[in-house]
Design a protein around this ligand. Structure first.
Ligand SMILES: Cc1cc2nc3c(=O)[nH]c(=O)nc-3n(C[C@H](O)[C@H](O)[C@H](O)COP(=O)(O)OP(=O)(O)OC[C@H]3O[C@@H](n4cnc5c(N)ncnc54)[C@H](O)[C@@H]3O)c2cc1C
Length: 428
């Protein structure tokens, strides 16, 4: 059988791949999308409504901040946002208190961050400026934020990138998509098909060859596809598993300078919102609950119709749980909650209706959750996104040079940028 020919082969039907494919299809390109999973969306993974009573998110859940590309797409798709509100609580030494995150712009910390001229890792920065025992609370709070929010290792994470993320900006509003992120992916996939792009599921790419000025893509299922250009949107750890033409492999080695963290997400649906009264406190407004438990972060759905708690372990803290299967992770989550609220895990289990635990580090087509900046990331991104007429291009959340790398917005914006680079180059 003849090898199917395309102008562009997009590897990966996540946010970046679908966004790039749609843009290229609109410009009249013949696009083929090869996706390893049996579904589109990648790290956007909305579960079936039957499981949790709504499309609960196994992957991305929140729309952070301004996110202009996401907002434009939502408007086009007729999807709306539900603002997230509620209070952050701390559970510490058997008591609950409202969380008061340190003011990162304040006093000595703000000054030390403002004075920083050359990038260093967060661990080095803390060691240099805040090593004493009097700063232990501040260190704890910063490390918790770097690990928990950015899924990053403080020994690798860039202080300048975090300064950019934390300071000089309004507090970032958060929202969820009514109908879930899956609705956005369904819209994008339908748009791609409308532009005549063909999506092949269950088509894991294992090698790319350069042949006669074209690229030949080999899938693990034995299928082959030829194209003028290939856009790889696979997560960075997966990139290392694809055999690439030598020169491309050498260029893509720069990806080692981009951090990539892991996340374990635990979703627990209960019969009741039993947590609203915690040890005599009224926790009816609970949004986030932070602690030093094995599963340290929890959040609610801010809705009485959704008695669901989501547990979150991120960054280096996932390593100690790597050996646990899904049931053991669920048990660990229940144990953390029981300990904080002074309840028996057995009673919590009796109230449980549905449970899922997803260790993204074990996902063969992600091998982690999302990227973060190290002191060498901006330089690496410049190398990786320099197109210089190359037949194999890299796109996806990790290549986004704006402030919020590691997000859906970053993936959509990166996909769009890559498509526009190709379209512009072909017009010359
Ligand atoms: C648990 C979790 C929570 C998150 N929370 C948020 C959040 O609240 N808000 C937010 O904005 N972002 C969040 N993110 C990050 C966000 O999900 C990602 O940044 C974004 O979805 C990445 O999109 P992408 O297209 O770059 O990559 P992906 O979505 O990973 O797409 C790449 C695609 O390539 C496919 N693929 C992999 N290997 C191969 C291969 N060999 N051949 C063919 N296809 C292959 C994958 O299956 C995948 O579909 C979260 C991520 C995780 C894991």
């Amino acid at each position: 059988m003849d090898t199917p020919q395309s102008d562009i082969i997009v590897v990966g039907a996540g946010a970046a791949g679908l966004m790039a494919a749609r843009e290229l299809g609109r410009a009249g390109k013949k696009v083929t999308i090869l996706e390893a999973r049996d579904r589109c969306g990648g790290r956007i993974y909305s579960l079936s409504t039957e499981e949790f009573g709504y499309p609960a998110e196994g992957g991305a859940e929140f729309v952070h901040g301004e996110a202009p590309v996401t907002h434009a797409l939502l408007r086009e798709a007729g999807l709306s946002l539900v603002p997230v509100h509620g209070t952050r609580w701390n559970a510490e030494h058997g008591a609950f208190s409202r969380d008061e995150a340190p003011d990162l712009g304040a006093d000595r910390l703000g000054q030390a961050l403002a004075d920083l001229k050359t990038d260093v890792t967060v661990a080095d920065f803390l060691e240099r400026h805040f090593a004493g025992p009097e700063h232990s609370r501040l260190r704890h709070s910063i490390v918790r934020r770097v690990e928990g929010y950015d899924a990053a290792d403080p020994a690798l994470a860039s202080t300048l990138a975090l300064r950019d993320e934390w300071m000089n900006r309004e507090p970032s509003p958060q929202a969820r998509i009514a109908g879930g992120y899956g609705a956005l992916i369904a819209y994008l996939a339908a748009e791609c098909r409308r532009q005549a792009a063909v999506i092949h599921l269950n088509s894991a790419v294992r090698a790319i060859e350069a042949a006669d000025g074209r690229a030949l893509v080999h899938c693990a299922n034995g299928e082959k596809y030829a194209g003028d250009r290939v856009i790889l949107t696979v997560p960075l750890p997966v990139l290392q598993e694809i055999v690439l033409p030598h020169a491309v492999g050498e260029k893509f080695a720069a990806a080692a300078n981009i951090g990539f963290g892991s996340v374990i997400k635990i979703l627990l649906r209960f019969k009741t919102q039993w947590w609203t009264s915690g040890k005599g406190r009224n926790l009816a407004d609970l949004l986030f609950l932070l602690s030093d438990q094995t599963v340290p972060v929890w959040w609610t759905q801010c809705s009485t119709e959704r008695p669901v708690l989501t547990g979150w372990v991120a960054g280096p803290n996932t390593t100690g749980l790597a050996h646990l299967d899904e049931n053991k992770l669920i048990e660990t989550g229940l144990a953390s909650l029981a300990d904080m609220f002074g309840l028996s895990p057995k009673n919590l289990t009796l109230d449980l209706v549905a449970a899922r635990a997803i260790n993204w580090g074990h996902d063969p087509f992600a091998r982690g959750a999302y990227s973060y900046a190290t002191p060498r990331t901006r330089e690496a991104q410049s190398v990786l996104t320099s197109s210089d007429g190359a037949a194999v291009l890299l796109s996806g959340e990790a290549l986004y040079r704006g402030r919020d790398m590691g997000t859906v917005e970053a993936a959509l914006a990166s996909g769009l940028e890559t498509a526009r680079t190709i379209i512009a180059a072909d017009q010359i």
